[in-house]
Design a protein around this ligand. Structure first.
Ligand code: BG6
Length: 487
């Protein structure tokens, strides 16, 4: 299909991320013909196992394999996968990996290498080093996909960037934020910059506030060890929700070139001051009201007495002519009442501009909602006349639901999107180091304060399965959000 062909190396191949995300995504690309049949995939990890064991492990999370077509494809895919075991901090293992790479490259006449690091942060740099020293090809392209966490704060992130930057060029590094591979997140630029109707009112004159919300129904459930060290702000807000904020708020980039897009994102981040204590609301989930779900502290993988937040809301202020005075409120939490990610743009009311022809109680604020997941949708809440003899009004929706509009099209998985981008050398949906730096600058002071756990920022307990801390409605009202009076 004319696409570049890489040999793909998955480091951390026996881990959770590789099993749940990387290999299923690679198979998805293979199944739909997006990666060439001669693409070889080499897994590398510490676990000693033979090839059949490895293949069994990576097929575990590949779904819908009952149809004959998929079954055949899966067998072909697994035929292309091999495994090398080795440690992360000594050359020996990487020399074995290099031998395997030479073998498959010779067989398939392929020269370019894509290294996918599905690894814990502690071995990040040793592996990047080992690869550079032993497996960096001089005959073709080297690309390195790296996964978060990219540090714990500004300083550690800079240390990491510096260490990585000493080994690889920025155009060789692909930092994944998988939210950038989600269909609706990729749709933001299109919505904003192709539709006059949105483009012309995307500013402080028309918009009152922006809410970006991430809700999960499940708690940490066994991932408490990792999670507890980071907390929800580092886990979800500083990266995934902030990427969404950048795309909603940035100015039009000079072109669709990856550097121009990322320049526009960095530019808007530069105008945002660090989060302040009084504009943060933290929570930790307790037991569900019916007692069926345990609290965060009852999760065995969570350290006793932990004060880590599983819910956070924070306000951000963009100081530029477009957004001055429009708060962006980001909210994220685990063990909540719903599973949902959405962007809610709340417009100012019309009433003030039309002599109060229709009062505020009649003409409620418009809202544009972009639902990222589940069930992708874009809808606009608006006032209209209630059909009938009178002049009563009703809040209604212009509703684009993907399920009913795009019945024959499938929304691709975020990881498939991004791995394909990395193969194509398309970097716009990967995080550049200066972007990362800006995001950490905004979050680091508050994170350090939170990490001190000195009680200056209370962590409110909310029941598992609820809407979050009881202070939340008041918190979002403070930043201009008005719940609709009409249904
Ligand atoms: C990950 C976080 O980056 O994103 C998880 O570490 C979170 O805690 C996940 O559950 C959410 O991703 P998605 O694609 O399920 O919305």
């Amino acid at each position: 299909n004319g696409r570049p062909v890489f040999t793909i190396v998955v480091l951390g191949a026996s881990g959770d991320l590789a099993k749940k995300k990387t290999f299923p995504a690679l198979f998805g690309l293979f199944l739909h013909g997006h990666i060439a049949p001669q693409t070889r995939i080499v897994g590398y990890a510490r676990t000693k196992m033979d090839r059949p064991d490895f293949l069994k492990r990576i097929s575990q999370h590949i779904k819908n394999t009952t149809t004959p077509k998929v079954k055949v494809a899966l067998d072909q895919f697994l035929d292309q996968c091999t495994y090398v075991s080795g440690v992360y901090d000594q050359d020996g293992g990487f020399q074995d990996l290099e031998k395997e790479l030479k073998r498959v490259e010779h067989e398939c006449k392929v020269q370019d290498r894509l290294f996918y690091m599905a690894l814990p942060p502690s071995v990040f740099i040793p592996v990047a080093n080992g690869l550079k020293k032993n497996c960096y090809t001089t005959k073709g392209i080297n690309r390195l996909i790296v996964e978060k966490p990219f540090g714990m704060d500004l300083e550690s992130s800079r240390t990491l960037s510096k260490a990585l930057g000493a080994l690889y060029r920025e155009d060789e590094i692909y930092r994944i934020d998988h939210y950038l591979g989600k269909e609706m997140v990729k749709n933001i630029m299109i919505l904003r910059f192709t539709n006059q109707i949105f483009g012309s009112c995307w500013d402080r004159d028309h918009i009152s506030n922006v809410q970006i919300t991430f809700k999960e129904k499940i708690g940490t459930e066994g991932r408490g060890g990792y999670f507890d060290e980071f907390g929800i702000m580092r886990d979800v807000m500083q990266n995934h929700l902030f990427q969404i904020l950048s795309l909603i708020a940035m100015e039009a980039p000079a072109s669709l070139n990856a550097e121009d897009i990322r320049n526009a994102k960095v530019d808007v981040l530069r105008t945002i001051p660090p989060v302040i204590e009084s504009e943060v609301l933290l929570g930790q989930y307790g037991r569900s009201e019916d007692g069926a779900h345990p609290s965060y502290l009852e999760d065995d993988t969570v350290p006793k007495g932990s004060k880590t937040a599983t819910f956070a809301a924070a306000a951000f202020h963009i100081h530029n002519p477009r957004w001055e005075g429009v708060p962006f409120v980001l909210k994220c939490g685990k063990a909540l009442d719903q599973q949902k990610v959405e962007i809610r743009i709340q417009f100012k009311e019309m009433a003030a501009n039309n002599n109060n022809l229709f009062g505020k109680d009649v003409a409620a604020r418009n809202e544009l909602v972009i639902r990222v997941q589940p069930e992708e949708a874009v809808y606009l809440k608006m006032t209209q006349k209630l059909p009938g003899l009178g002049m009563e009004t009703v809040m209604s929706e212009l509703n684009l639901s993907y399920n009913s509009r795009f019945t024959n099209l499938q929304v691709p998985d975020a990881y498939e999107n991004l791995i394909l981008d990395a193969i194509m050398g398309e970097q716009s949906n990967f995080v550049r180091s200066d972007e990362l730096d800006e995001a950490w600058r905004i979050f680091t002071p508050i994170l350090h304060k939170i990490d001190r756990h000195d009680g200056s920022i209370p962590v409110e307990v909310y029941p598992y399965g609820s809407r979050g801390p009881k202070q939340l409605p008041e918190f979002i009202r403070r930043f201009g959000f008005e719940r609709h009076l009409q249904p």
